[in-house]
Design a protein around this ligand. Structure first.
Ligand code: RIB
Length: 287
């Protein structure tokens, strides 16, 4: 099987992660028990996951000119991601303020920074999308940019995979251009019938694995391995990137692999820090 070329157009953030036993209610102050800074962002997490899972990955995104920018670039290159499509825009990089509680669940606020400055795909971005096997997008960069990238992918027979997160309603003609949608259970409920025209729909189910519905409308559910959950941040991104990397092998094999990758990503703190490499996923699959 040829290794797929995956263009990921999306966000990259520095995650400012606070751990606490219990997340505060509105107006409440609680004491935390730890703080760390870890590169993240849905686009970067998915690019890193796809690359560590064995795909050839090009990241199309933006960092700022602040103190976080060098580390954000470095995590991509250390993971084997091609950064020739990474722009530097004047001003701050994206950040995410994340609180992780004692059960591993999180709350996240993202401030877009340079991600919000991606107001168009560049001509080089469009060339990369046309040359790719798969375009993978999320919704942490401006939607018109995502829409332009998807339209260009469709015009050049590049498979379009969309993780519409943070969830928002999109124009029906945009959904009609999506080949594969990856959503979590809440996003699926929010989007409802809008997902109907998408030929391949994958719904992640947290610790219960993922459900797949193909063009023939038949549904199958794939379970992930039982794991000790530390932090769920980035688990869905890891699933999605791994799914893209293995998609050419067919949905059944790709889902089995992605469920294991996503589960492994919950066993350590931090989004990019917890994304497994191919050898770790293969080892878990063979257990
Ligand atoms: O999906 C997890 C990611 O969401 C975090 O890494 C954070 O940066 C936000 O984009």
């Amino acid at each position: 099987m040829r290794t797929p070329l995956i263009a990921v157009l999306g966000s990259i953030n520095m995650d400012l992660v606070t751990t606490t036993d219990r997340r505060p209610d509105p107006g409440e102050t609680v004491l935390g028990n730890g703080f760390t800074m870890v590169p993240g962002g849905k686009g970067a997490n998915q690019a890193i996951a796809a690359s560590r899972a064995g795909g050839h990955v090009l990241f199309l995104g933006a960092i700022g000119t602040d103190v976080f920018a060098p580390r954000l670039r470095a995590v991509l290159t250390e993971s084997g991601v091609d950064t020739t499509g990474l722009r530097t825009l004047d001003g701050p990089s994206g950040i995410a303020s994340i609180v992780v509680d004692g059960t591993g669940e999180n709350s996240i606020i993202v401030v877009g920074g340079a991600n919000a400055g991606m107001t168009d795909p560049t001509p080089a971005d469009l060339d990369a999308i046309a040359a790719a096997d798969i375009l993978l997008c999320q919704l942490e960069v401006p939607v018109p940019t995502v829409a332009a990238a998807i339209g260009h992918a469709r015009a050049h027979d590049t498979t379009v995979m969309l993780n519409p997160s943070p969830v928002q309603r999109l124009a029906p003609d945009l959904w009609a251009q999506v080949d594969i949608a990856v959503v979590n259970h809440d996003e699926a409920a929010h989007l409802g019938d809008a997902l109907g025209p998408v030929p391949h729909l994958v719904v992640t189910l947290g610790g219960d694995g993922a459900r797949y519905r193909g063009p023939d409308r038949a549904e199958t559910t794939v379970a992930g391995p039982p794991v000790e959950v530390v932090d769920t941040t980035g688990a869905g991104d890891t699933f999605t990137g791994a799914l893209a990397a293995r998609w050419p092998e067919g949905p059944a094999e790709a889902l089995r692999f992605a469920c294991v990758a996503g589960s492994l990503a919950t066993t350590a703190l931090g989004a990019s820090a917890s994304i497994p490499w191919r050898t770790e996923i293969d080892a878990a699959l063979s257990r």
